[in-house]
Design a protein around this ligand. Sequence first.
Ligand code: HEM
Length: 421
Amino acid sequence: MTDFATATPARLNAPALDAAFLHDPYPTYARLRAAGPVLWRDDVFQGAWLLTRHDDVELALRDPRFSSQRTGGWVKRIPGVDASFAGRRAQAGLDAFQRLFGSAMVFLDGAEHRRVRQAMAAGFHPTLIRTLRPEVERLTEELLDGLDARAGFDFIAAVARPLPSRVIAHLLGIDSADEARFMAWSDDLAAFIGALQPTAAQLRDAQRSLLQMVRYFDALLPARRAAPGTDLVSRLLAAQDAGELRPDGELLAQCAMLLFAGHETTRNLLGNGLYTLLAHPHAWARLREDEAGMTLAVRELLRYDSPVQYTGRRMAADLTLHGTTLRRGDLVIALIGAANRDPDRFADPDTFDIGRRAGSHLSFGSGAHVCIGAGLSLLEADVVLRAVLRRWPDLATVDAQPRWNGIAGLRGLAALPVSVS
Ligand code: HEM
């Protein structure tokens, strides 16, 4: 095996993270994993360490030496950022974006993070999520009723995109009539957050959309304060009034991030999930016989093709890992998608096996930042995949090679045409 820790920078940068990688990252992950556990890349966020093994990715997610406060440095280092944000007004807009972005819970550490998470926790309590099932079922049936499977339809546009958007709108108590706007804002954030090498143009779009999202929520607050409901925005307002959230935009940053996180990821669980099941007819047939197997199947879908392929951390202290020293301030990319296929953790990792029980995937992260919306997205996947299976047991994909969205970090299909013959 090559010792990449002492290899030349050119060797370090192979293999390419190109279009083939975006289509199917798993062969590249296997090569990276074989190349060494800790690899430096110049072409990822202008320089970052990649971790590919399950144990190391889990360590990065759980160990406080890997800080979640990672946004500042790489936003400023994006090529062309100074030209794109020239002038006092543009710079002030960028500063506002960075402040909001950096105060989302996923980018906080320690006591700050615990305080914000605590304020949100009640809104995601498993008992509360369970009560949402009838509404998720209703929204799903409403979408499926409008479809003609004989004529064929695009599952992403018809179901995987709108459903999570309507569910998160319901949770936040906002009007799903504004759905087209949410999705456009969210897509801009996804293109920026999910890029391995974000451009100044992606940053500009993300900045504009985040600020619009925040203005949207800000305009809702007076009415919500006057007549609070049981929705998440009302809960967060109460938390702010109780001093649990700072009154300087912290609440708005969480709302915007929830709107984004609530549907961008779940859309890809639904899309990648249905695609994988249809590509494995034995699994589809088994679920037709035994629908109760869906819980394990969704868990395996998450492992096999995770909607979130990586997350980042910044070193809060020097740390030597497998003989390589990661310096304080270095950026680390924890490749969840690679960890989920680590042969040291999962037997036969490239095989999709809905009966698999051993090993835990890292698709929802791990430790203090483990996904707060996991229960909600599992509920949505369970409801949608069961409903599709029941309604169209003979459903099949129309294209053997559907189009992927080209977003490295938020892996999903751009379209999934399906039909019954
Ligand atoms: C299949 C769907 C989903 C996947 C794969 C997913 C994945 C993840 C991952 C990997 C993290 C950890 C990030 C890190 O440690 O850096 C995370 C955190 C988070 N997720 Fe999700 N997520 C999903 C759905 C949702 C939903 C539906 C919501 C909200 C309604 C949500 C809200 C959040 C929030 C707020 C955090 C930050 C938690 C914290 O920092 O304490 N996610 N998610």
